[in-house]
Design a protein around this ligand. Sequence first.
Ligand code: HXC
Length: 515
Amino acid sequence: MSIKQKSLDLRERMKSALSGGGSKAIEKQKAVGKLTARERIVAILDPKSFHEYDLFVEHAAKDFDMDKKYLAGDGVITGTGTLGSHPVCIYAQDFTVAGGSLGYMHAKKITKIMDHAMKMKVPIIGINDSGGARIQEGVNSLAGYGEIFFRNTQASGVIPQISVILGPCAGGAVYSPALTDFVFVVDKISKMFITGPEVIKTVLGEEISMEALGGAYVHAAKTGNAHFYAESEQECFGQIKQLCTYIPWNNTKKPDRFPKKPPRTRIYKLDEIMPTDPKEPYDVRNVVKAICDNSEFFEIQEHFAKNIVIGFTRIDGETIGIVGNQPAFLAGVLDVDSSDKAARFIRYCDAFNIPLLTLVDLPGYLPGVDQEHAGVIRHGAKILYAYSEATVPKLTVIMRKAYGGGYIAMCSHHLRADFVFAWPMAEIAVMGPEGAANIIFRNEIKKAEDPEKVRLQKVEEYKQKFANPYVAAAYGYVDAVIEPSETRKMIVHALEISSSKDVQTPKKKHGVPPF
Ligand code: HXC
């Protein structure tokens, strides 16, 4: 063959491999509103930056007539490219080829690109759209999953790992996304479950649709498995791009700095955001917007455990991780889900050199049999562990209530916050004035001629004495009591001072957090 003929031969081979599962399967994919695997990669990455590898990989299965089947690229596309001009590794399962099912060589392609990502210390993005373990390949498929899970764990805290669920992700396959840092889902397209509706019906006799069992919103709002929810694939890709502007490319780097911008204080005014009545709720996200650059807050897990708000923002151009109690939902209490949500985010920020800003306003942990039996002790401990363990700069602003265990848990000095500021209306105490007065003055109130009058007097007495920031400030547990309007200035300075923070932790293999 001449060189020209060899080139033509290459082109023919490429054409066949690039055709995926063929036009019929592609039509079926499009009919349900899904893009093809290659279109997805191209839409996420910077234009013309995608470089595909292992296009000619083929499966080696023999059983069940598999030796007679050609599966283009073995149902997965892998390669490298750039996102926001930074290098990334990426793979996308191709549902048009044997339902994107994972066989031995399919898994090999994924683990090879994951190994590249680890070697080059760049993020890995995985697009999941698969019927799960390739049934014809038996234990080799299971081995493939095991190899992926192992790498997910090794890569955890070293490189960012992003999972995008754009189709079914069933059975054990769900555990790769679950081991990664951020999971993106899209309405009506993403479906995640360990056992599907058919199995549930057979084993338990319960009937449920795939959407109600493991649809996108279920994972965004109920299970907390998803971090970002979108109405369309395009919206989802926009979210991925935005996320990548906030995070560093590996754990030895800091996120990119952006030009400093003041908050849009004409719209977000702290004086107007904070209600005069201390019992009235407000949206903590507006507080973030009143102090951060250009009032831009990128919220994570927006629909799950709404009593705590987490996400990224920038202050003076630097990425900051926000953890804030949300008084507008369940008064901002800590419970099982909000503790899980915050703790994992704190550990992410700590692993990737992102300073933490904690905004405090909570009455404490949520009381109740449900919570106790759901393990609020174990789950609540995660937040204590995560803050105590974190060595990135930790800044705390106590806005209003900081009662009991909640005060300690929300990055108090005792868990090694670097700076704790309190607003003048902060109330830092063992419990709220009502509860406290009812307990410590119980006998006096009971014996009084007018118990209600005495009770109110005692509540007021307690409020005057303890429901303020000055008792904590007198012990040095609060570094400065500040006007709300000074908050941004104090944070900017605290971040500057903390930029070369260096903390030595005890030598150990690893801790044993209350997982
Ligand atoms: C081999 C598979 C496959 C699989 C789908 N296909 N899943 N082939 N192994 N796991 C093939 C189909 O045979 C079909 O091939 C093509 O992909 C498209 O599938 P359809 O069923 O036509 O698509 P759709 O109607 O959209 O349904 C999608 C689906 C369904 C809901 C995902 O295919 C399905 O239920 N698949 C099986 C899911 C499953 O039970 N997986 C194993 C989970 S256990 P043709 O040739 O007809 O086009 C698991 C264990 C992992 O994953 C444990 C790891 C620790």
